[in-house]
Design a binder for this molecule. Structure first.
Ligand SMILES: Cc1cc2nc3c(=O)[nH]c(=O)nc-3n(C[C@H](O)[C@H](O)[C@H](O)COP(=O)(O)OP(=O)(O)OC[C@H]3O[C@@H](n4cnc5c(N)ncnc54)[C@H](O)[C@@H]3O)c2cc1C
Length: 379
């Protein structure tokens, strides 16, 4: 893929860093399921965690193309899990940037620009694909909101410094009545429960959250009361292409590994890579990966070129859906190319397969992406 000079330079810088600090620990992070804090610090020192925070607020001001290139590069270096750390705090920075007041931008963005982690508290046990049925409630008490509820499957939890937390503040139909707040995770009443044991994406903490009389200053509400959900969701559509980017990087890593293995291994005096059946499989994997990459970077290009936020849902969902499906297909085929070896933990392709599955579940499942696409193209 042809890139502008500054994007190509950024991509090579992240690749170099990824080869140096991510590739050597990718397997261990998967086994221990521990967030490597020293690597997180190095990514933050290089401006990667805070990539999308604008220069005006002390950040590097990376565009969506850079964010996708950075995530693709880290995933390609062997860790789809740690690729999430690139532009990680965009999940809170983007909603503040698009729907926060200038006072909120001045208060939160310079802190995010230091590279602290952020999290989103949306999903509940009974409210996943349709979060509007959430039961977490906030009631106003003078100049604060008092939040009570339980959130499930929340990435990072208290490892994050800020949480974009959703709660119902008034009765309303669907999304109406749900507000969004930026909460400091060390606040009293922001309580972390069980750490979930995951199939993939290991190394990134995932927790249950309990909100117990959590008091949030009224000035931390993002957007209008009762309108925050709809607003924040529009900004969070910007985080779908970066998931697609992890998927593309993971597919490329699986493909590269499978090609290397097929060249090196012989059966009956013939290299695996000489069998037409496997050659076609690898050719198909390469083509699927390149097609997914093209859709992803076309999506990023359109958004960077100024596609309005209320029009990005369809293309963002197309990129996330397609790239997630391709990652799963390519990782499955990579395991097949390696045969029994591919099924063992001695090779990374089984990990890529486990990590690829997540791409079709979080930040909206593949079915929800298809619903969004159908709404966009059919009505
Ligand atoms: C590792 C991990 C990290 C996560 N991190 C976060 C986080 O940081 N913050 C957060 O808030 N959430 C997080 N989540 C939650 C995630 O966003 C939800 O799991 C996801 O939205 C799906 O919700 P659910 O699991 O309740 O599935 P359900 O909604 O119960 O869906 C079950 C199945 O039904 C399908 N389905 C549901 N509704 C429809 C429909 N209308 N049409 C067609 N099919 C449908 C789904 O696609 C899925 O296949 C995370 C999840 C995981 C696994």
């Amino acid at each position: 893929m042809l890139l502008a000079d500054h994007h190509r330079q950024f991509q090579s810088t992240v690749m170099r860093l990824g080869e140096k600090v991510i590739a050597p620990i990718a397997d261990e992070v998967d086994r221990t399921d521990q967030l490597p804090l020293d690597v997180l610090d190095q990514l933050a020192e290089n401006g990667l965690v805070q990539l999308v925070v604008p220069e005006a607020y002390g950040g590097p001001g990376g565009d969506l193309t850079s964010l996708c290139l950075g995530r693709e590069a880290i995933a390609r270096c062997g860790s789809m899990a740690l690729a999430q750390l690139v532009g990680q705090n965009g999940i809170v920075a983007y909603p503040i940037l698009h729907f926060g007041t200038e006072e909120q931008k001045q208060r939160f963005l310079p802190a995010l620009a230091t590279g602290v982690l952020a999290c989103v508290g949306l999903t509940e046990a009974g409210a996943g694909s349709n979060p509007t049925v959430m039961t977490t409630r906030a009631r106003q008490d003078g100049s604060t909101w008092v939040v009570n509820g339980h959130k499930s499957f929340i990435s990072y939890g208290k490892a994050a410094r800020y949480c974009l937390l959703f709660a119902r503040t008034s009765e309303g139909k669907g999304a109406r009545g749900i507000s969004a707040f930026v909460v400091e995770t060390d606040s009293e009443g922001f309580v972390e429960g069980r750490h979930n044991d995951k199939l993939g994406g290991r190394g990134i903490p995932n927790v249950e959250l309990f909100l117990e009389d959590l008091r949030v200053p009224a000035e931390n509400m993002i957007g209008q009361e009762g309108e925050g959900f709809a607003a924040a969701m529009r900004a969070l559509h910007l985080m779908r292409p970066p998931i697609a980017a992890i998927a593309v990087g993971g597919a490329q890593a699986a493909l590269d590994y499978a090609i290397g293995y097929a060249r090196a291994r012989e059966q009956g005096g013939i290299a695996l890579a000489a069998h037409q059946g496997l050659r076609w499989m690898l050719a198909d994997m390469a083509t699927q990966t390149e097609a997914a990459r093209s859709l992803l970077f076309e999506c990023a290009r359109q958004i960077d070129a100024g596609l309005p936020l209320d029009q990005i849902a369809t293309i963002s969902s197309m990129a996330k859906w397609k790239c997630a499906e391709v990652a799963m297909g390519v990782a499955t085929d990579a395991v097949q190319v390696l045969g029994a070896a591919g099924y063992m933990r001695d090779h990374p392709v089984e990990r890529y397969l486990r990590d690829a599955k997540l791409m079709a579940i979080y930040e909206g499942t593949s079915q929800i992406q298809l619903n969004t696409i159908a709404r966009g193209v059919i009505g």
